[in-house]
Ligand binder design. Structure first.
Ligand code: CS2
Ligand code: MG
Length: 404
């Protein structure tokens, strides 16, 4: 089966998405997500200018060879742009192979290891009581695991909290990078109070999660982890930037609160030391940003050796194509932990019709051949690209640029 054509489709049904569609001489097509929030067109150009010409005429069945060809063949290995582009090709080819086999993708990976995929939803509130209400609302909807983020007293804008009245939190909301302010002192004082109150109202039946979004130093993260121990969190996420993997040793020496890292990683090399030294408990790399199903599988297998489980990033800036592929992966992967799930808008769901469904805190990928997600190209064409940036973060007391 030969690849005859590959096209990049950029659309913005509420937010920007980059999709690669591969066509074959047997009439089978497959799609992959290549969305890199805030830098979308870099990946679109990488695909159009440098990858697509190399795909035409290749055997669509040779997924591994094509992966190696694009990875080693670029010479310039790794990086989010390269790896998102490779991921889109890889995901589209797995989609095609599964359609050719007339099977849902999870069957090709090795079949089901579980009945469904446990997901966590996002409860975001402007203050403690608002956040508690949101957590309870998610619990009522059947979620077994809930991430809680709250506005911090004295801080104007923080990660996870949308504009007043916004139904869904979307950080990439302005035509130039927006500015948030930050105070580690205010945050560290506040977060234990938040989780104390959430546990008081919710009890201990549900899993609770929290995203620190790279804002603390290792010793501050250690202190946060320690202060949250009574509230038995499922994880704290990205407690400190992870370019320096060694930094996590210090956090580990001080706390038993589980740690999750990886949404901005793009290869096994970014997580190798964290995994091998058991410095984290969950690896959050995605199909889209970490080289597709082929590479994610390699990361998960390394993680399994060290009892690290998966917890893939699933924010709405990853398209439904990523979510569909991730769910097949999650259903199979032996060391599955949890999957992040934020509902896409109705506009996005209409552009990307999909087979996955939600019920009682679980997602199910469905049983149609392939990964079960399609793109309505006519509808997509009605939503042209709309440049948007992620925010930056500055220290409140003197304006120093901090980690967002
Ligand atoms: C986040 C994301 O979902 C998460 O855990 O950290 O919301 C992240 O900020 C965005 O995906 C950035 O594009
Ligand atoms: Mg995160």
């Amino acid at each position: 089966m030969r690849i005859t054509n590959a096209r990049v489709i950029v659309c913005s049904p509420g937010r920007n998405f980059v999709t690669l569609k591969i066509e074959t001489d047997e009439g089978l097509t497959g799609i992959g997500d290549a969305t890199l929030n805030g830098r979308e067109l870099a990946v679109a150009a990488y695909l159009e200018e440098h990858v697509v010409p190399c795909l035409i005429g290749r055997d669509a069945h040779q997924i591994e060879d094509i992966w190696q060809y694009l990875y080693k063949g670029a010479y310039w290995r790794r990086g989010p742009v390269t790896m998102s582009a490779i991921a889109a090709v890889d995901t589209a080819l797995w989609d095609i192979k599964a359609k050719a086999a007339n099977m849902p993708l999870y069957q090709l990976l090795g079949g089901k290891s579980r009945t469904g995929v446990m997901v966590y939803g996002h409860a975001n509130g402007t203050d403690i009581e608002h956040t508690v209400d949101e957590v309870l609302r998610y619990a009522e909807q059947g979620y077994k695991a809930i991430r809680a983020q709250s506005g911090v007293p004295g801080l104007d804008k923080v990660y996870g909290i949308g504009k007043a009245g916004a139904k869904v939190y979307d950080p990439a909301d302005s035509s130039l990078p927006g500015e948030h302010d930050w105070s580690t002192e205010k945050y560290l004082q506040f977060v234990p109070k938040l989780f104390e109150r959430v546990r008081e109202k919710l009890g201990f039946e549900h899993h609770l999660l929290h995203d620190v979004h790279h804002r603390l130093t290792p010793i501050e993260a250690a202190r946060l982890g320690q202060s949250l121990e009574p509230f038995k969190l499922f994880w704290i996420e990205d407690p400190t930037p992870a370019e320096n993997q060694e930094a996590f040793k210090l956090i580990r020496q001080h706390t038993t609160t589980p740690i999750a890292v990886g949404e901005i990683f793009n290869s096994i090399w970014d997580c190798k030391d964290l995994i091998q030294n058991q410095l984290i408990d969950y690896i959050r790399t995605t199909v889209t940003h970490a080289g597709g199903i082929t590479h994610l599988r390699r990361i998960a297998d390394l993680a399994a050796l060290h009892q690290v489980r998966t917890g893939s990033h699933g924010a709405t800036d990853l398209s439904p194509v990523c979510m569909g592929a991730a769910l097949h992966f999650d259903l199979w992967v032996p060391n599955f932990g949890i999957q992040e799930y934020m509902k896409h808008t109705e506009e996005t769901d209409a552009v990307f019709p999909h087979a996955y469904t939600f019920e009682q805190g679980m997602l199910y990928p469905g049983d149609v051949p392939g990964h079960g997600v399609d793109i309505d190209e006519k509808l997509a064409a009605k939503y042209p690209y709309d440049r948007k940036y992620l925010p930056v973060n500055r220290l409140q007391h003197d304006g120093t640029l901090w980690n967002w």
